[in-house]
Design a binder for this molecule. Structure first.
Ligand SMILES: C[S@@+](CC[C@H](N)C(=O)[O-])C[C@H]1O[C@@H](n2cnc3c(N)ncnc32)[C@H](O)[C@@H]1O
Length: 370
């Protein structure tokens, strides 16, 4: 059996934080908590990786930008950045987090939209079959009314993110399964989280209010923390979009086979906002599961993305990949993309919440052009 000492000897302790060193509040500071997102990495890890591998005022690329952690931290660290994602909701979220909002317009728009919503304005029209199945009638009417007001404002995209967050909270799910709900929960149920009987949510107005005010506060806080650097968000397949290099480094956490379906995770947002669905190009989910064929498609996909990144990288640039590669796929992937592994840090991850709570180890692979 491995002793704790042996276990920790192989770890990079500067990249491993305990809950006490780095409480939830810090990990979800300002815009990092604008909307829940499964499978993001923590901002403090990204900050440290920038310090180690990106020159001051450099340019960084994240081909799997997700909820935008890399781009947000690049703005805080004074770096220019570009992020690509295949999931349009993720691009919307990242773009709302990173764009420069006029503080007066933002405050006026959000407060006005909320006041009108609370006054009963807006039309509750246009419910799809999904919306009829997953929301109680009053919750659905609240969301549809708020949706009908969104386009009246310059800050429409911010309001869209608020609407999506309210919808996520108002779905007919149990409290303990917000991440992967399978069927709508219409009856009272025994709640494993609260250890009592709970009722499914039947309205959304309180979420709209709470998240409008919270979003305003978080965007204002980030406006003080950020530097004036570029953050470009590209919606598309990272194997194909034009990346406009050269970049000093790639810093990313890729999808992993059979773990999270990034389109399905935010289904409510696609349904409510009518977003473009490109799931057939989503690596790790387009071919479902972990069969041999799915793993081969996954490896090909990541090789394709890293090959495109390689072509956009400065010759002395580094590719930094955060991944829990339990299937040992990455030696072959790096090789296929013409990259050579230079360093591997192992970090200890302490996951405190959600159905996937528990501890595990994660690798940070640092590669250079071969
Ligand atoms: C692990 S997540 C990234 C999370 C991110 N580091 C964060 O902190 O939010 C992987 C992302 O890769 C995206 N993705 C999957 N296939 C892609 C493709 N072909 N091109 C671009 N992005 C893709 C998924 O939509 C998902 O958002």
């Amino acid at each position: 059996m491995t002793t704790q000492e042996q276990l920790y000897a192989g770890l990079d302790l500067d990249l491993s934080w305990s809950e006490r060193d780095l409480p939830e509040r810090e990990r979800t500071k300002h815009v990092h908590r604008l909307h829940p997102y499964l499978g993001k990495y923590i901002p403090q890890l990204v900050e440290e990786l920038f310090r180690r591998h990106v020159p001051p005022r450099g340019r960084v690329l994240d081909p799997f930008a997700g909820s935008g952690t890399t781009l947000v931290q690049a703005l805080e660290s004074g770096l220019d950045s570009t992020g690509v994602d295949i999931a349009s909701f993720n691009c919307l979220l990242t773009s709302v987090k990173t764009r420069e909002h006029n503080p007066f317009v933002l405050e006026r728009d959000l407060r006005d939209a909320l006041a009108r919503f609370e006054h009963g304005d807006g039309a509750a029209a246009g419910a799809s079959a999904y919306l009829r199945a997953w929301f109680a009638p009053a919750a659905r009417a609240d969301l549809l009314r708020f949706r009908s007001l969104v386009t009246d404002y310059e800050s429409a995209d911010v309001l869209r993110v608020i609407l999506a967050r309210a919808a996520r909270s108002a779905r007919l799910t149990t409290h303990f399964d917000l991440d992967f709900p399978r069927t709508p929960q219409k009856e009272t149920y025994w709640c494993h989280k609260h250890k009592r009987e709970c009722k499914p949510i039947d309205r959304a107005d309180h979420f709209v209010r709470r998240y409008t005010l919270d979003t305003l506060a978080r965007l204002k806080e980030f406006a003080h923390a950020r530097k004036r650097r570029d953050a470009v968000v590209l919606h598309g397949d990272a194997r194909e979009v034009e990346l406009h290099g050269p970049f000093d480094a790639v810093v990313t956490s890729p999808p992993y086979p059979g773990l999270i379906d990034y389109h399905e995770q935010h289904r409510y947002a696609y349904e409510l906002l009518g977003l473009d669905d490109l799931r057939e190009r989503e690596i790790g989910a387009a071919v479902r599961g972990t069969s041999k064929a799915a793993l081969a498609a996954y490896c090909d996909g990541i090789v394709g993305v890293l090959t495109a990144c390689r072509a956009a990288l400065e010759p002395r640039g580094r590719v930094v990949i955060v991944v829990n590669d339990r299937r040992d796929l990455y030696p072959q992937i790096l090789d296929g993309a013409g990259l050579a592994l230079e360093q591997r840090y192992q970090r200890h991850v302490n996951r405190r919440t959600g159905r996937r709570a528990g501890e595990y180890f994660e690798d940070v692979l640092v590669a250079r052009l071969d």
